[in-house]
Design a protein around this ligand. Structure first.
Ligand SMILES: Cc1ncc(COP(=O)(O)O)c(C=O)c1O
Length: 411
């Protein structure tokens, strides 16, 4: 029979999330209660005014400029510059159907190798693989808040012959939930070796202390800022993300624009108009309430899970936590997650999916298994949340965490 798939692509595994979802569905079918801590998406509804803007623009049916609407790009540039010391203009912004697609096309365009801290988000490595870029993993640990030190990055670079490198930094981080504290040090190494940095800031507006600092402050000339609507606005399914690309990387921007126009053409017109409202309107009240719920829930999970056999870094943004089960004796973290799922119904993703060694007993826990609309409604006007709010609005978090803790104590 004729071969229809390229050999290179046959090596790609089905995503871990897919596998865990299939197993969850199987267990659900036989009547088991499942705690959905494996999948990571915002549980909150899109702000009302943004939904209204989408509705009001449903009649916009023409293709828009490939790079994105001028008004949207100008609004985005202003937002990026307001929160950090960037100097983006509308022409420096590219709007895409989610940042994932823009990252993918960047990997296609980039002529060099990719530096990835371990742990890293699940899609960077497969994207590099498809684009035939070599990946160099930089090991980190909970001692450095799961981010690489400048020295670790430099030691890695010294061992790489071809030094055209793209470093991906993602803070607040998926999977660890931590915020990078040594951005300045990393930026100094990046400058020394003329790296391109892709700063994945998709969780930036969900930083719990609200003082988000971008690495672009310290290395503006070659840092691409990547973010979008998916996480802070609860709009992952709308598919709108963007890059801010500094002038020094204009050659890359030019190439990306061509790749964009030859692939997705332009982002959905009504969604782009709605995104103008998302970035122009004042959503601080919505965001404050969302952050209050996420930070309280993260803290609840942290305090109730942490023990002398479970190591965890305190969550600082986004909606993940990355516990290490120090007394677990499985051959792989994947085996451990299967055991947890079968015995407790708690679905987690193994640390190996994020670039950790197979035998590191670490897993990602997403604490979003609740109805965000109800949680928001029930806590409207509350200045401070307490455990009663969690019990009432996020019972799966309470029960799932208790079951997980019991599992770890039984090992
Ligand atoms: C770290 C990280 N980067 C990027 C993305 C992709 O976001 P988008 O919806 O903009 O494609 C995700 C989504 O899960 C993510 O967790």
């Amino acid at each position: 029979m004729n071969k229809i798939i390229k050999d290179q692509l046959k090596k790609l595994k089905p995503s871990a999330t897919l596998q865990i979802n299939e197993e969850c569905n199987r267990l659900k079918k036989i009547g088991k209660k499942i705690y959905k801590f494996g999948f990571g998406q915002s549980p909150f509804p899109v702000p009302d005014s943004v939904i209204l803007a989408l509705r009001n623009n449903a009649n916009k049916n023409m293709y828009l400029p490939m790079q994105g609407l001028e008004e949207l790009r100008a609004t985005i540039a202003k937002d990026l510059n307001k929160n950090n010391n960037n100097q983006f203009e509308s022409e420096d912004i590219i709007v895409g159907p989610g940042t994932k697609e823009l990252m993918f096309l960047t990997q296609i365009a980039f002529d060099g190798d990719i530096l990835l801290p371990a742990p890293s988000w699940v899609s960077y490595e497969p994207q590099a693989f498809i684009a035939k870029n070599k990946v160099h993993w930089i090991k980190t640990s909970s001692n450095t808040n799961w981010f690489p030190t400048g020295k670790q990055i430099e030691d890695k670079i010294k061992n790489i012959k071809y030094k055209n490198l793209l470093l991906i930094i993602n803070s607040p981080n998926n999977p660890s939930g931590t915020v990078c504290k040594n951005l300045k040090e990393i930026a100094a190494i990046a400058k020394k070796y003329n790296l391109v940095i892709l700063s994945d800031e998709i969780y930036s507006k969900l930083t719990f202390d609200k003082n988000y600092l971008s690495i672009s402050n310290f290395y503006p000339e070659r840092t691409i800022v990547s973010t979008g609507l998916s996480k802070w606005c609860g709009a992952g399914g709308w598919r709108l993300g963007f890059f801010g690309i500094p002038k020094e990387l204009n050659e890359l921007k030019k190439s990306l624009k061509i790749l964009c126009s030859e692939s997705f053409s332009s982002v959905s017109a009504p969604v782009q108009y709605a995104a103008i409202e998302a970035y122009k309107g004042n959503h601080s009240e919505y965001l404050n309430r969302v952050i209050k719920i996420l930070s309280f829930t993260g803290d609840y999970v942290y305090k109730n899970l942490k023990s002398n056999v479970i190591n965890i870094a305190k969550p600082e943004g986004g909606f993940y936590i990355f516990p290490e089960f120090t007394n677990a004796k499985f051959s792989t973290s994947s085996e451990m997650c299967k055991d947890i799922l079968n015995k407790t119904g708690v679905a987690l993703l193994p640390g190996s999916d994020f670039g950790l060694e197979n035998d590191q007993m670490v897993a990602r826990l997403s604490y979003t298994d609740f109805d965000g609309a109800i949680f928001l409604k029930n806590t409207l006007g509350s200045n401070k949340l307490d455990n009663e709010d969690i019990k009432k609005n996020a019972p799966n978090i309470v029960d799932g965490i208790a079951a997980l803790k019991e599992w770890s104590n039984s090992l």
